[in-house]
Design a protein around this ligand. Structure first.
Ligand code: SF4
Length: 504
């Protein structure tokens, strides 16, 4: 080791295209990009003491430099990145580097990850980072570190100065960790727990200041459930609105994840809209109430799903929905039921997937006890859209997987998608919030934004149905320009899903 220890942090690409990446840009002839900037590598870089030389790479944007002269290589990732995490670790170890692995997958599946690294970090790194860096510096590290749940008592500033900010469409801030619900298939609560913890508001605003400086005008709050603690969410939303009103170069639009029960609080939705929230992800999962009940998704059973979704739209907030097929009470009719539900609600984008059982979840335990987890490598839940690690209950695995592909093809048929998108534009209220909020005028001309706009105009050349979609959408948006930014996100996701489907 040289006098100054050096660390190379790697966010590996997903092994397959996902709903949350934008390989569609590269496929369209543009430079690679990330939909959302990666928070893990910049946060760990922020934890490194000042005497460490730190470099980082987001493989969604640029290739990993295997020739880099770093003492340590830190590799993070979620389950969809696991195969690539393993490949990168293997190559760096072959070249004699000391490899550290951590993040959600390493925390949930330490036995799988341990053989691939020299140092394993399980759990949340905040509480062990000081010890880890001290030990790395002295050359006296342990094979394993286990972090407890952080209370955000000494939050770090992410090192956005090291990140290729021109190539990520959305910036990212995490304001809380944890979700009080207990959906049977959820691995998040196994990793971060059900007790929600909140980052200090001033820290959130400082992080937003930094992202603003780098030109981000859309920011994803990477919370497990942003509105779980409604009182806290309202306090934060008030501060976010005030922060946004102070910005001289236009406001920022926010995107996050919430649970559907937040629709019961009209004040909360209004405050979301006033703060600049334009788009939320909600795990709707299924219209099959037996499946919701069985998977413990009780918050989706309290009121009509359609009525609750519309309340977001009445506040000018778009909804993207998670959709799962393959619950124990799902029979062959579920594909038609899901399609009918999707076409009846004003939600353009559904992230559709088979039920999977990630390691550490209650679902995994239940199905493993029933010998319904596939053996070997196939038993690792990869989260690939067209795959599962479980044996379904009421249909064959092949029927589930082919049914999903057929459902996806129907959902994203240009005509069906146009119907949903037009219904969204028609039903969504125009938020009475800050000037420019939600309009394309917010964007600052970063290269990823320019490429996204170009990809959108390529859409009309895909075929006559897409050309019709494009002209209908343009005409509708001319009446509601404050929906343009959320519609841009939806169209980009549509292009990505078509790409995913064609490359399956
Ligand atoms: S609401 Fe979402 S984050 Fe919370 S337990 Fe259910 S799936 Fe997990």
């Amino acid at each position: 080791m040289t006098n100054k220890p050096s660390l190379y942090l790697v966010n590996p690409a997903s092994t397959f295209p996902t709903y949350y990446s934008v390989e569609a840009l590269r496929a369209g002839g543009y430079s690679p990009a990330a939909l959302v900037a990666d928070l893990a590598v910049v946060t760990i870089a922020g934890m490194a003491p000042s005497d460490f030389n730190v470099a980082l790479v987001d493989e969604n944007i640029s290739p990993v430099d295997f020739d880099i002269s770093a003492d340590f290589v830190g590799i993070t990732g979620k389950v969809n990145q696991w195969r690539r995490m393993a490949e990168i670790a293997r190559e760096f170890r072959r070249r004699g580097k000391t490899v550290i692995m951590g993040g959600p997958f390493a925390s949930l599946s330490p036995d799988v990850v341990r053989p691939y690294c020299d140092i394993l970090v399980k759990g949340e790194i905040e509480e062990v980072s000081d010890t880890l860096f001290t030990n790395l510096r002295s050359g006296n590290w342990k094979k394993e570190y286990a972090g407890q749940r952080s209370q955000f008592s000494s939050p770090v500033m992410p090192r956005w100065d090291l990140y290729p900010n021109d190539r990520a469409l959305l910036g990212i801030v995490q304001t809380s960790r944890g979700c009080p619900f207990q959906c049977e298939f959820c691995d998040t609560i196994q990793y971060v727990g059900r007790q929600q913890r909140h980052k200090p508001v001033q820290q959130i605003l400082n992080e937003l200041d930094d992202l603003y400086k780098y030109g981000y005008r859309m920011v994803f709050f990477a919370d497990d459930n942003f509105t779980a603690n409604r009182q806290h969410a309202k306090e934060l939303l008030r501060e976010l609105r005030n922060w946004n009103l102070r910005q001289k170069d236009g406001p920022v639009s926010f995107v996050t994840q919430v649970s559907i029960d937040s629709a019961a609080d009209e004040e909360l939705l209004r405050m979301c809209a006033e703060a600049g929230m334009i788009y939320v992800f909600i795990g709707i999962e299924t219209p099959n109430e037996d499946s919701l009940r069985q998977s413990g998704k009780n918050q989706n059973l309290r009121d009509s799903l359609t009525g609750q979704i519309e309340r977001f739209l009445h506040n000018g907030i778009g909804v993207m929905a998670g959709m799962i097929v393959g619950f124990d009470s799902d029979g062959q009719d579920i594909f038609a039921r899901q399609y009918e539900f999707a076409q009846s609600v004003p939600i353009p984008i559904f992230s559709l997937g088979a039920l999977v059982a990630p390691a550490g979840t209650q679902l995994y335990e239940r199905l493993a006890a029933d010998s319904r987890i596939l053996p070997g490598e196939a038993g690792i839940a990869t989260m690939a859209p067209w795959d599962t690690n479980i044996v379904p209950n009421r249909m064959k695995r092949e029927e589930l997987l082919s049914g999903i592909k057929a459902l996806c093809a129907r959902l994203y048929d240009p005509g069906a998608f146009t119907d949903r998108l037009m219904r969204f534009i028609e039903k969504a209220a125009v938020p009475d919030s800050m000037k420019e909020s939600g309009t394309l005028g917010q964007l600052r001309g970063r290269s990823v934004e320019i490429d996204t706009m170009r990809l959108m105009s390529d859409l009309k050349r895909l075929g006559p149905e897409e050309a019709a979609m494009w002209s209908q959408v343009r005409a509708a948006l001319s009446q509601k320009p404050k929906l343009a930014l959320v519609v841009l996100n939806m169209l980009l996701q549509y292009m990505q899903i078509r790409y995913m489907y064609n490359s399956k």
